[in-house]
Design a protein around this ligand. Structure first.
Ligand code: XUL
Ligand code: CO
Length: 437
């Protein structure tokens, strides 16, 4: 294990709930089996390169505070490659098995696309070396199509074809690098794919362009033989006033409308769900019900601040809800739990990166254990099943199969006694959940 950049922090190990060591796991025990599978394989934790290595911790009112003693602040290749080594030391020490990146997090954007591509290739080489040295894996890659001023009016939905072409070239390259690094997935998050005002926007044309863009990406994925999954990450707004991929349902409809449904799954992020006016559990449930829950960006928002605060997940209740949906769909295949989260601006020291991730990992480890215990207990599952018991009838089956008629249901309604409902028992069910916390 490398020990050059985070002096004083060793490998984080499981010490159990009784430990008071802030640099130890109290609940995440990677090899412990839950429902017959290791915690490591259930949770598939990933660190986000953009937050760990590149986030200066600025906010809308003030500049960055993060101390990054390894970073010389330049756009040099050497600096970019050094960051990779710092990052892998962080992965080794935290025991996080996966990572995610944008093209422009890992390598600098230089004067021309060709130069930027060359820099990305060189950094990809270092990433490949570090992956081979440590056994860490790429969960997903993506292209940053929102930071550069050229994308101020959109990338795949830009009114400018030259901008669209630049974005397409960036995706092509990011996809190839992701493939080369053995990524399990590739994410499309369209922060600028939306509008600020409809006075200047041809929505239909922009949506058609976005669909064409994604179809070309699907074609290219096949051409290069990339076997990873494509994920769309919904978010309703910020930075755009309205983002087209606003929530899980909107994404599914868009994918279906444009014949893209087979080629995509969804990457659901907690703070995006709440910005959309939904709970995380709602978004996960919508995605899972469509068989399209691919991956999770694990973070949380703030109830009082109205923007994407990207805080580390610490809410046990929420982690239980997330893991119930994940276990319910049979677990992750290509996806995982990516900490798309940043420290608070006040937590500027390098070791705060460790506290942040240790907390997120322990929260999800507990969430996993509690979710598994609730499933083993079975009372909630049984209740939900019984709640629909009247559907487990000949007529119910025929309605569900689509072979009943309104005439037939009218006949049933006229003949039956007045319906009697049983209680929804929300409070009882909430009490059962709390038994396990
Ligand atoms: C932005 C966001 C992105 C995506 C990747 O809110 O979540 O970091 O996860 O582009
Ligand atoms: Co995200």
């Amino acid at each position: 294990m490398r020990d050059d950049f985070f002096p004083g922090v060793g490998r984080i190990v499981f010490e159990g709930p009784g430990s008071r060591n802030p640099f130890a796991f109290k609940h995440y025990n990677p090899d412990e089996a839950v429902e017959g599978k290791s915690m490591r394989d259930h949770l598939r934790f990933a660190a986000a390169y953009w937050h760990v290595m590149r986030n200066p911790l600025a906010d809308p009112f003030g500049g960055g505070t993060a101390l990054m003693p390894w970073d010389d602040g330049t756009d040099s290749l050497a600096n970019a490659q050094k960051r990779v080594r710092v990052f892998f030391e962080f992965l080794e020490k935290t025991g996080i098995d996966h990572y995610c990146f944008h093209d422009r997090d890992v390598a600098p954007e230089l004067g021309s696309l060709a130069e930027s591509n060359k820099a990305l290739d060189a950094v990809a080489e270092t990433l490949a070396e570090e992956q081979a040295r440590t056994g860490k894996k790429l969960l997903w890659g993506t292209a940053c199509l929102f930071a550069h001023p050229r994308y101020a009016q959109g990338a795949a939905t830009s009114p400018s074809l030259p901008v669209y072409a630049h974005a397409a070239a960036q995706v092509k390259k990011a996809l190839e690098v992701t493939h080369r690094l053995g990524g399990s997935g590739y994410v499309f998050w369209g922060g600028r794919e939306g509008y600020s005002t409809l006075w200047n926007t041809d929505m239909k044309r922009e949506l058609d362009h976005l669909a064409a863009f994604l179809h070309m990406a699907v074609d290219h994925k096949r051409r290069i033989g990339f076997a990873g999954k494509f994920f769309i990450e919904p978010k309703p707004r910020e930075p755009s006033t309205h983002q087209y991929d606003s929530d899980a349902a909107a994404c599914l409809n868009f994918l279906r409308e444009y014949g893209l449904l087979d080629a995509f799954e969804l990457n659901i992020e907690t703070n995006h769900a709440t910005l959309a006016g939904h709970t995380m559990r709602h978004e996960l449930t919508v995605a899972a019900a469509a068989g399209k829950l691919g991956s999770v960006d694990a973070n949380r928002g703030d109830e009082l601040i109205g923007w994407d605060t990207d805080q580390f997940p610490t809410n046990l209740y929420l982690a239980v809800e997330v893991m119930l949906v994940v276990l319910g769909m049979g677990g992750f295949t290509h996806g995982g739990l990516n900490f798309d989260a940043k420290r608070r601006r006040e937590s500027h020291m390098p070791e705060d990166l460790f506290h942040a991730h240790i907390g997120g990992m322990d929260t999800f480890a507990r969430g996993l254990k509690v979710a598994a215990a609730l499933r083993a207990d079975g009372r909630i599952e049984d209740f939900v099943r019984l709640r629909y018991a009247t559907w487990d009838s000949e007529l119910g089956r025929r309605i569900e199969q689509g072979s009943a008629s309104l005439e037939e249901l009218e006949k049933t309604a006229l003949a039956q006694p007045a319906p009697v409902l049983s209680s929804g028992r929300q409070e009882l069910l909430e009490n059962i959940v709390n038994e396990f916390l």
